[in-house]
Design a protein around this ligand. Structure first.
Ligand code: G
Ligand code: MN
Length: 249
């Protein structure tokens, strides 16, 4: 196995060279509006002073083999920042991580290196992660759950969504895609799907989370459906570590 110190340095360099930063978007308790967790999102400072979205960096061919380092850098930064927070931390585990292999030992090492309690972590995965090798992915996720990590299905209802994953795997949270949320309550179909997904989650004893909430009428609808947690620009935009700490520490 590679020297951990050398690996850490390589990660630090990757982050510095690309002017990366991790920002945090709060996830609120729907009833109390208190901050329940924060989702770590990768951003890049531009020379112009503007901040770029992570998806643009991570989709860019220019990132090449470093892409993978960026994922690890984001996780490590988020775990280190959140280790002493009184709230939970949500991190996105890219499907690339599963393709790269060794997810379990790599993640375990990051966790111990940052001294964060795994019970504070919500790991967001998309169903794309199941495509290549569903059995292996499920085994890895099982092990992660044993460490105390909660698993949330991200962007649920879009992409390669399959109810089979809910039938076969004990996820803890279902994050309803903003594609539905942005059309409620005006669009009848989106509203029916959103309500059904929240009910499905509750019948499975799973937490329901709605993302991308921008308007009061969306919030009213989601509260009526008893959605558990809410995230979106209506409450909080992604913010720096310092800004979040001013709210929660
Ligand atoms: O699906 P995922 O959780 O990875 O998406 C997170 C992205 O969604 C972030 O880049 C974040 O900036 C963006 N986002 C968060 N809240 C809102 C919102 O209320 N409206 C819109 N349009 N985008 C949002
Ligand atoms: Mn996410």
């Amino acid at each position: 196995m590679a020297d951990p110190d050398v690996e850490q340095e390589a990660l630090d360099r990757a982050g510095e060279e690309k002017n990366l930063l991790v920002v945090y978007q709060p996830i609120h308790d729907a009833r109390t509006r208190e901050i329940y967790s924060a989702e770590a999102l990768l951003r890049q400072w531009r020379r112009s002073g503007e901040i770029r979205e992570a998806s643009i960096i991570t989709d860019a061919a220019e990132a090449g083999p470093d892409l993978f380092k960026l994922d690890s850098w984001t996780l490590r930064t988020a775990f280190a920042d959140a280790a002493h927070w009184p709230i939970r931390i949500n991190v996105n585990l890219s499907p690339r991580e599963f393709q790269e292999g060794n997810v379990l030992p790599r993640l375990t090492k990051l966790l111990t290196g940052c001294s964060i309690d795994p019970h504070k972590i919500n790991l967001e995965i998309t169903e794309v992660s199941f495509i290549d090798d569903p059995e292996e992915t499920m085994e890895i996720l099982d092990e992660l759950k044993k460490l105390g990590i909660e698993l949330w299905l991200d962007d649920f209802g879009t992409g390669h969504s399959s109810i089979t994953h809910l039938q076969r795997f004990p996820v803890d949270g279902l994050k309803i895609s903003g594609e539905f949320v942005k059309r409620v309550p005006g669009d009848r179909r989106s509203s029916a799907i959103t309500r059904a997904l929240i009910n499905l989650a509750h019948d499975l004893s799973i937490t329901a989370i709605a993302e991308g909430i921008e308007r009061q009428d969306q919030l009213d609808f989601l509260l009526e459906c008893n959605c558990d947690y809410i995230q979106g620009f209506l409450f909080s935009k992604p913010m720096t570590r310092e800004e979040l700490e001013a709210l929660v520490l």
